[in-house]
Design a protein around this ligand. Structure first.
Ligand SMILES: [Zn+2]
Length: 223
């Protein structure tokens, strides 16, 4: 009798303990960006290089940063959609206005139902070559987009020692986005120090880390 009861108790305790262990395992496997869908838009592409300085082309560096950020976000559990993953634009072969068709297709990818957040990655250029630093832009009049851009700018400030602040941006993608996002100018190709940093893979990884951390903080903020 006692032996029987002891056995039942042992079995019960074992099963409770096992269930707990399984839950702990499930919790441990849960990643901070599980279920989050992010669109990463590497600015320009194809015949449109964007900014150019010496041998550096904005379209190439944008794509390198985006691919590094894609890996970082996937490690944290996010589903990542790229608007482009090579040196091409999104317009059809015989498009009458390549730029317009390209931008329209990028906008459709960003505004797809399942998308939670987007980043359009660019580099800046300015005639005065002493101007440097990275800056995040948000959709004018959208307080959530502004919050997101300010989170990014906080990380950019630490990385680039810039005094720039997040600003509303008059860009096609920001003006027409139905999703929360930011357009980021990760530095000035026209500035020698920024250019030297931006072409280095290790610095690109740091820029990507700023953006990845900002996305994680943004979803923390929403909870
Ligand atoms: Zn650009």
């Amino acid at each position: 009798m006692f032996l029987g009861l002891g056995l039942i108790l042992t079995l019960l305790i074992t099963s409770v303990f096992h269930t707990h262990l399984v839950n702990v395992e499930a919790e441990k496997d849960r990643k901070v960006l599980d279920g989050v869908v992010v669109v990463l838009d590497a600015g320009h592409g194809g015949k449109d290089d964007g900014a150019r300085c010496e041998n550096e082309k904005e379209q190439d560096i944008n794509l390198s940063i985006v691919k590094k950020l894609q890996k970082q976000l996937q490690t944290k559990g996010a589903e990542v959609i790229l608007t482009r993953d090579g040196k091409y634009d999104l317009a059809s072969a015989n498009a009458s206005n390549r730029k317009r068709e390209d931008m329209k297709k990028r906008m459709e990818i960003i505004n797809a139902d399942k998308v939670d957040v987007f980043l359009s990655v660019h580099l800046n250029s300015y005639p005065n070559t002493s101007v440097h630093g990275a800056q995040a832009f948000y959709q004018k009049g959208n307080a959530v987009s502004e919050t997101f851009a300010k989170l990014i700018q906080k990380h950019f400030k630490v990385l680039t020692q810039t005094k720039m602040s997040a600003k509303p941006g008059d860009y096609y993608l920001l003006n027409n986005a139905k999703k929360i996002g930011s357009l980021v100018e990760c530095g000035f190709l026209s500035n020698p120090e920024d250019r030297s940093n931006l072409k280095s893979p290790s610095y690109q990884e740091k820029v990507a880390q700023c953006l990845c951390d900002s996305i994680v903080e943004y979803f923390d903020f929403l909870l």
